[in-house]
Design a protein around this ligand. Structure first.
Ligand SMILES: NC(=O)C1=CN([C@@H]2O[C@H](COP(=O)(O)OP(=O)(O)OC[C@H]3O[C@@H](n4cnc5c(N)ncnc54)[C@H](O)[C@@H]3O)[C@@H](O)[C@H]2O)C=CC1
Ligand SMILES: O=C(O)C(=O)[C@H](O)COP(=O)(O)O
Length: 380
């Protein structure tokens, strides 16, 4: 049996060697010829899986994408061919949630202000939006959710409209799939008109898909609205972001919000489990055994962490400034965007770090700080 897998999918060899021969490929440049004798195809978001790619792959019995998004997969064509498909919903939700939290702490620091006290609007309350909300609420921030689809499905959480988010939130974070049709389509959800409605000093975060914001309109509005602050992890036209936009952005990263080591490993592992199910074989590997130990095993923190202390702690698992600096230097070089993603130093999730909080006051042993760090996801 032959598995063709994206070379940027960690742990493929550790998980699939017992099942099949593995050929690793450049996912962005994958050709029909490379796939034609594959039994299994494992991709990431940069590979368009459609009729043109797989029509000659007559033996194909499974396609997996180690991602949340499925906009690169022609699922109708796979269904027509009767080829089972699985993505990896939720695999990198924690990574995205922590990315948003850390990025906002970084932005507050850069602007010499505080994140504390701000009201956050989350657009799209699925896996990643919920994970972001969890971190922000753990820090005591007011979070408003907008998700008309979940609302209509009877999700018991409180929801508001997008207009209300735009009118009231200090920070807007986007967590929707890219959709081009229908009542709730998200393509250019933030077009010229919506961008013009943003309140003074709004912080806008996009780590879902670039085309949710009209990037040309964003460039235009930033010419006259220096009060708007941007954190962009995703870009219209990846892997070629609009060069004029980059200097207008406070933190710029190459679509790595979901790139924690845990998140990537979870994505591959979910496909491993699914393939075993499809092939009716036992899944005898474990996810925990794949992950290396973290270099900072256990730390003590004093009670009463300031926002600045909290950021220092977060930087131990992920220092966003490194990715931002590399992005500005290399994004416009040939293949620079993809190289930055490939060479991204895998960061860890908060749970990799065990923290013991030293109470200043013996009576407050079970203190606020300990609860907050635990709710953020740090181990204890
Ligand atoms: N930058 C990165 O590394 C990553 C990016 N992503 C992107 O983020 C997207 C969201 O991921 P998840 O949260 O896991 O997906 P999800 O499917 O769990 O949640 C998306 C939510 O958006 C809602 N939604 C759809 N249209 C909407 C609209 N017009 N207004 C408000 N809400 C709307 C849906 O009802 C759903 O609850 C993915 O589709 C993917 O494109 C996901 C993971 C990592
Ligand atoms: O899961 C998704 O959807 C994402 O956007 C991924 O984080 C993208 O990662 P790659 O598949 O492009 O490595």
């Amino acid at each position: 049996m032959k598995i063709v897998a994206d070379e940027n999918m960690p742990y493929v060899e550790a998980l699939f060697t017992d099942i099949a021969d593995i050929t690793l490929v450049n996912g962005r440049k994958l050709t029909a010829n490379q796939v034609k004798d594959a039994d299994v195809l494992l991709v990431r978001s940069v590979t368009k899986v459609n009729q043109a790619l797989i029509q000659d792959a007559t033996k194909l019995k499974f396609v997996g994408s180690a991602t949340i998004g499925t906009d690169h997969i022609d699922t109708d064509y796979l269904a027509l061919r009767g080829i089972p498909f699985s993505n990896a919903p939720g695999c990198n939700a924690t990574a995205v949630g922590e990315f948003v939290f850390i990025a906002l702490l970084e932005l507050a620091k850069k602007l010499q202000t505080q994140l504390k006290g701000k009201t956050i609007g989350i657009v799209g309350a699925g896996n990643t939006g919920t994970a972001a909300a969890k971190c922000l609420q753990a820090y005591g921030l007011k979070v408003m959710l907008c998700d008309p689809i979940k609302q209509a499905q009877g999700d018991p959480r409180e929801f508001v409209s997008l207009d209300e988010i735009i009118a009231k939130a200090d920070v807007i974070s986007l967590h929707v799939p890219i959709t081009k049709t229908g009542e709730h389509k998200t393509w250019y959800m933030f077009d010229e008109h919506r961008l013009a409605q943003l309140r003074p000093n709004t912080w806008l975060v996009n780590c879902c898909r670039g085309e949710v914001i009209d990037n040309r309109a964003l460039i235009n509005i930033k010419q006259t609205r220096s009060d708007l602050k941007l954190i962009l992890d995703v870009w219209q036209g990846e892997p070629n972001p609009m060069a004029e936009l980059v200097p207008l952005v406070e933190f710029a990263t190459p679509h790595i919000a979901g790139y924690s080591l845990e998140g990537k490993a979870r994505g591959t592992f979910m496909l491993y489990e699914k393939l075993c199910e499809v092939l009716a074989i036992e899944a005898n590997k474990s996810l925990v055994n794949l992950l290396p130990s973290f270099q900072f095993n256990q730390l003590s923190a004093n009670d009463g962490l300031s926002e600045s202390d909290l950021l220092k702690l977060c930087r131990l698992v992920f220092d966003l400034r490194d990715d931002d600096a590399l992005f500005r230097q290399y994004f416009s070089t040939p293949e620079g965007f993809d190289a930055l993603r490939k060479q991204h130093t895998h960061r860890r999730e908060f749970s990799a770090l065990s923290l013991k909080v030293m109470a200043n006051d013996a009576k407050s042993a079970s203190n606020h700080c300990e609860k907050m760090l635990s709710a953020l996801g740090f181990s204890q």
